[in-house]
Design a protein around this ligand. Sequence first.
Ligand SMILES: Nc1nc2c(c(=O)[nH]1)N(C=O)[C@@H](CNc1ccc(C(=O)N[C@@H](CCC(=O)O)C(=O)O)cc1)CN2
Ligand SMILES: Nc1nc2c(ncn2[C@@H]2O[C@H](COP(=O)(O)OP(=O)(O)OP(=O)(O)O)[C@@H](O)[C@H]2O)c(=O)[nH]1
Ligand SMILES: [Mg+2]
Length: 460
Amino acid sequence: MFIDDTIAAIATAAGEAGIGIVRISGSKAIEIIDDIFRANNNKKIYEDQRKLTYGYIFDFDNNEKIDEVLAVYMKAPHTYTKEDIVEINCHGGMIPVKRILQLVLRKGARLAEPGEFTKRAFLNGRIDLAQAEAVMDLISAKTEKGFEVAFDQLEGSLSKRVEEMRKEVLELLAHIEVSIDFSEEDVDEVTLDYLLEKSIKLEKSMTKLLSTSDTGKILREGLSTVIVGKPNVGKSSLLNSLLREARAIVTEVPGTTRDVIEEQLNIQGIPIKLIDTAGIRETEDIVEKIGVGKSKELFNKADLVIFMLDASRELTNEDLQIIEMIKDKKIIVLINKTDLPNKLDIAKICHLIGERSIIKTSLKEEVGLDELENVLVNMVYKGEVKSNSNLMIANVRHKDALERALNSLKEGIEAIRRQMPMDFIEVDYKNVWDYLGEITGDTVGEDLIDHIFANFCIGK
Ligand SMILES: Nc1nc2c(c(=O)[nH]1)N(C=O)[C@@H](CNc1ccc(C(=O)N[C@@H](CCC(=O)O)C(=O)O)cc1)CN2
Ligand SMILES: Nc1nc2c(ncn2[C@@H]2O[C@H](COP(=O)(O)OP(=O)(O)OP(=O)(O)O)[C@@H](O)[C@H]2O)c(=O)[nH]1
Ligand SMILES: [Mg+2]
C-alpha cells in the first residue's frame, strides 16, 4: 500500500495548556513548513533535523504573524510514522493550535483520521498491530498497573511471545509437510511422538497466556461494580467511604438515592467503575420507581455486584428478592451496621447465597473496608499472588484470537492421537498459525485494521 498524502492534526489535548503541538507527516511536510515558518537564524528548518528551531509561523498570503513557536523536522524513515515529520510547538490553548492547523491544511495537508499517525507506523512496518493497540491503551490507562501492561506491550513483550509461539507452529508444520510427502508409507512413530510432545508444550504455554486475560481485561477496561441492596442499608455511605469523599447524599430516610451515581476508583491498581443505585423496593413514587428500574438494569450488566444487608434489621422480602435476582452474578456480600445490635440471621444468608465472600462492616465506625478492598483485589487476581509480570492479554480481540488458536491446536493434538491423515492435521496447525498472526496483525484484513484505528484519538 502506497501512502502519498500528507496528514496533519493537533497532537495535544484541547484546552488551556502550556504548549500545543501540531504534527505533520508525509512527503509534503517540508514544503508546507517552508511555506509558513520563518526561523530566527534564517536557516531552513530541513537543513538540520531533530533540532528545535525558534521562529514564527506566518500566513504569508496576508502577511500575518500567527504565533511564536519552536519547530522541528524529522527525516524519513527514522521517525514515528517512517515518513517525514514536522512538529510545531506553539503556545497552548484553543486558538494558536487551531489557527496553525488550519493554515497547514490550507497549504495542502489533509486532516488526519483518528489514530492515523500510529496506523502509518504500523502499515510502514515500524511496529506491529499489538504494539499499535498498546499506544492507545497507554493513553487511556486509568491506573499505574494498566499503564505498565500497555507500556510493555508497546515495547513488544506480547508480540515477542506470540512470535515465539508462531515459530514453534511453523517448525511443526515443516515436520508435518515432510510427512505428507511420504504419505505412501505410514508416518513413523518418532515423528508422531515428537509432534505430540511439542504440541502439548505449546498448548501449556498458550493456556498460561490465556489465563491472564481476565485480569488483563479488567486492567484495560476497568471493573464495573454495582452496589445493590434495599433502601437505607448504607450503599451511598459505602460509595463515599471508598471514594473518601462525600459524593452521594446520605440520610436516614429510606429512598434517598433515586438516580444512578457513577464514580471512578483505583483500588490497589485496579480501575473500578463504582455505581451506587437506588435501594430496591416496591414503591409508588414515580421518580423512585424509575430509579429502582435502572438499578435492576445496571446490575445485569455489571462485572461484580456488592450486595449490602443491614445487620440491625431482620431479613425482609426485599432482601430475598434481590438475592433471587443476583444469584448467578459474581457477588460480594456486605453486612453493614455491625456496630448496632444484630438482628440478622447470618446462617440463613450463608445458606441462601452459598460459597460467597461475606464481609462485615460498620461504615459508621470505619470497620471492614480494608477487608473489602482485599477481597476485591483477590477476586481480580483469582487468589494468585499479585503478578509482577506485565505480560498479559488485555485486549478482547487478542483473547478471542488466542482462544481460537488454542482450540485449533487442541483439535490438532486430538487428530495426531487418533492418527488421522497428515494433510488433515496440517489444516489445524495452519489455523493456529493464522489465528496467532491476528494478534500481531500479520493475518488480518484491511477492514479490521481500519476498524481498530478508528477507535483511537485524533493526533495519535
Ligand atoms: N514530540 C513528540 N513527543 C512524543 C512522540 C512524538 O511523536 N512527538 N511520541 C509519539 O507517540 C512518543 C515517542 N515515541 C516515538 C517513537 C518512535 C520515534 C522515532 O522517531 N523512531 C525512529 C527513530 C528511533 C531512533 O532515533 O533511535 C525509528 O524507530 O526509526 C519517535 C517517537 C512520545 N513523545
Ligand atoms: N449505625 C450505622 N449507621 C450507618 C452505617 N452505614 C450507614 N449508616 C446510616 O444509614 C443511613 C442510610 O445510609 P445511606 O448510605 O444513605 O443508605 P442507602 O443504602 O444509600 O439508602 P438509599 O439511598 O435510601 O437506598 C444513614 O443515616 C447512614 O448514616 C453503619 O455502619 N452503622
Ligand atoms: Mg443511597
